[in-house]
Design a protein around this ligand. Structure first.
Ligand code: COA
Ligand code: AMP
Length: 630
């Protein structure tokens, strides 16, 4: 039996042995004697009697093993521009002292801390400092505006918020502090304390917010006065973080990750999926605000004692399409993990990969892609120009690590364009039809995973067990619903075709059309609206709004478009990339009043579609076809 087949078999037939074995890759305060606790099925907990500290696993233990001088983190900002390197000893010192700052501010195990930061080392330091004292971090992506931040504050109810004066985007500075203050004003349960890392180049500092309802402090001043905090052991099942992600409604879902399962799964994944060992240089070009950044900029590489690169910049334009190749050659990167959109952006700017010729990228073994489907065209291009394996893998915020992958460390398999290869050990992936019946190989359906999910996956939604069960567990009892549709071929390869709900994926960023609809609908001229994700050559998808005006309203469509774009930008954030607005006479609906979003998307994408039998008025669809189908 192949290594993969054997590992997969054991992971599902004897998960106790498989995962207790994997748990040996982690340093425990009390090593677990059991892997799985199924006493509250369909909710499961991993390593119920284990205790540990995640930050100790990411830092202290490497220093204690004599690797304090090894590089832990390389920060490279193409935006400032600036570079900075931290050894494991240095990073540990900074984390321990910032943990001391949090402790001095009264933060104890279980308290929530929001981290609203750009891509600077202090973001990782704040996360690891929370983990050190058992506080639960919730990182909010810097591209979200005040209202989205306020929604997350109200759900997580943090005691403290850590931020920076701002972030740097090409051609503009994003000032965070006015947004933080606005979010605090909007929030019902604001944090009592705000800590600000002052970035020289960006205006605003804690001192400017003396009159705010929260107490604002300067990061550097607090650090200068603090002593290091000792790590606090926590139960493996205690939460490490909450990460909000888009669901189908405007209210984001607070995905909860535990400490023990997370440390075990990520450690296992670094070796078996990514083939990364201690001392290897690993680079994930994403953002700490997304799950990919949590797992593979911060925790995964540090848990195994590798060097992680943290990059503030874009794949193109900062300054050119050679940015990725520069970083690989400068730091000897062994593997790069990025989103297909980034590869498409590089290809668009430099179709013949001329920039690549300027750099020695011989250290690079593999390019990993995730966050959205790696389309075959982009896969072929990247494979040809890099002459190395380009490996798609599929996962979600909820799972925290790959569901399907080509396991480069365990057993590399032939790559198939359009497929993230096979289910990762621990994930029993199946395809079911609308009634929950398994379908034959090659038939498209709902992608589900038989319970229990492996360690490292979500333990629930923050203080919303009901929504957790409704969203993921109730549709097909015994299975976790991924929300993606696809098929498995005769060789067992998984093909993920897209979401089967109203979640869209723009430039590898997961967004909810529901939250955009709520903003658009609040415009005084709009009677009703639909926002759908349509195909976009560069970003995979982009949101597109269709609005019906209130009777008697006469507004210039371009003026309306500009107003709606500004509203979405201000209320959700620039990252929503909301730019298209079409005024239509009516929206196609079923007789029960449900908007036919899928059919609208098919028309906009010029795809074949069948008129649903439940349609209320076929003439609406015909009018739309004339207007959009063109
Ligand atoms: N803070 C504030 N604003 C942000 C932001 C952040 N952290 N990240 C993005 N934005 C803004 C951008 O500045 C842009 O604003 P604009 O409308 O004023 O131009 C807007 O949000 C849309 O951003 P994006 O979709 O990223 O487009 P872009 O044109 O700036 O860049 C790419 C295009 C392809 C270079 C970029 O999307 C990219 O690198 N994608 C890879 C995505 C990725 O790593 N995803 C993580 C999942 S693995
Ligand atoms: P997120 O939670 O932001 O990581 O987004 C998860 C969603 O992105 C999944 O449910 C998929 O729809 C999509 N996705 C992520 N990776 C892939 C991939 N490799 N192939 C296809 N879709 C993907």
């Amino acid at each position: 039996m192949s290594s993969y087949a054997e590992a997969f078999r054991q992971s599902v037939e004897d998960p106790e042995t498989f995962w207790l074995d994997a748990a040996r890759g982690v340093d425990w305060v009390n090593a677990p004697t059991r892997a799985l606790d199924g006493s509250e099925a369909p909710s499961f907990r991993w390593f119920p009697d284990g205790t540990l500290n995640t930050s100790v696993n990411a830092l202290d233990r490497h220093v204690q093993a004599g690797h304090g001088d090894r590089t832990a983190l390389i920060w490279d900002s193409a935006m400032v521009p600036a570079k900075r390197t931290y050894t494991y000893s240095e990073l540990l010192d900074e984390v321990a002292v910032f943990a001391g700052v949090l402790r001095d501010q009264g933060i104890v195990a279980g308290d929530r801390v929001i981290v609203y930061m750009p891509m600077i080392p202090e973001a990782a330091i704040a996360m690891l400092a929370c983990a050190r004292i058992g506080a639960v971090h919730s990182v909010v992506f810097g591209g979200f505006a005040a209202k989205e931040l306020a929604t997350r504050i109200d759900d997580a109810q943090p005691a403290l918020l850590v931020t920076a004066s701002g972030g740097l985007e090409p051609g503009r500075t994003v000032e965070y502090l006015p947004m933080v203050e606005q979010a605090i004003g909007l929030s019902q349960t604001p944090p009592h304390t705000v800590i600000v890392k002052d970035r020289e180049s960006i205006p605003g500092s804690a001192a400017d917010y003396k009159t705010s309802s929260a107490a604002w402090f300067d990061w550097d001043e607090l650090v200068a006065d603090a002593g290091p905090a000792d790590p606090v052991p926590v139960a493996a099942t205690d939460p490490l973080y909450i990460l909000y992600t888009s669901g189908t409604t405007g209210k984001p879902k607070g995905v909860v990750r535990d400490n023990g399962g997370h440390a075990v799964a990520l450690t296992w994944s670094m070796r078996n999926i990514y083939d990364i060992s201690p001392g290897d240089v690993w680079w994930t070009a994403s953002d700490v605000g997304w799950v990919v950044g949590h797992s593979y900029i911060v925790y995964g590489p540090l848990l195994v004692g590798a060097t992680t690169v943290m990059y503030e910049g874009k794949p193109v334009g900062t300054p050119d399409a050679g940015a990725f190749w520069r970083i690989i050659s400068e730091y000897g990167v062994r593997a790069l993990f990025t989103a297909p959109t980034a590869i498409r952006a590089v290809r668009k700017a430099d179709p013949n990969a001329e920039e690549l010729k300027k750099y020695d990228i011989s250290s690079l073994q593999t390019l990993f892609a995730a966050g959205e489907r790696l389309d075959p065209d982009t896969y072929e291009w990247a494979t040809a120009v890099l002459d190395r394996p380009v490996v798609d893998h599929w996962w979600q915020t909820e799972t925290g690590w790959a569901i399907a992958a080509n396991l480069r460390g365990l057993e590399p398999m032939p790559l198939k364009a359009g497929s993230p290869t096979v289910p990762v050990p621990g994930y029993r992936v199946e395809i079911v039809d609308g009634e929950g019946k398994r379908v034959e190989a090659g038939t498209e359906g709902n992608i589900v995973i038989a319970l229990p999910l492996p360690p490292g996956t979500l333990t629930g939604l923050w203080r919303d067990e009901d929504r957790y069960r409704r969203s993921y567990l109730d549709t097909f009892p015994g299975y976790y619903l991924t929300g993606d549709s696809g098929y498995i071929d005769e060789d067992g390869y998984v093909f993920v075709l897209g979401r089967s709900d109203d979640v869209i994926n723009v430039a590898g960023h997961r967004l909810s059309t529901g939250s955009m609809e709520a903003v658009v609908a609040s415009h005084p001229a709009v009677a009703e609206c639909a926002v759908i994700g349509i195909r976009d050559e560069l970003k995979g998808q982009r949101p597109s709004g269709y609005v019906v005006l209130k009777a008697g309203v006469d507004i210039d469509p371009e003026k309306l478009r500009q107003e709606l774009v500004t509203m979405v930008r201000e209320q959700i954030g620039a990252v929503a990339t909301f730019r298209d607005v079409t005024v239509v006479q009516a929206l196609p609906k079923t007789r029960s009043g449900k908007i036919l979003r899928k059919t609208m998307r098919q028309i906009a994408d010029h795809e074949q579609y069948t008129v649903p039998s439940t349609i209320e008025d076929p003439a609406v669809l015909e009018a739309l076809e004339r207007q959009l189908g063109g």
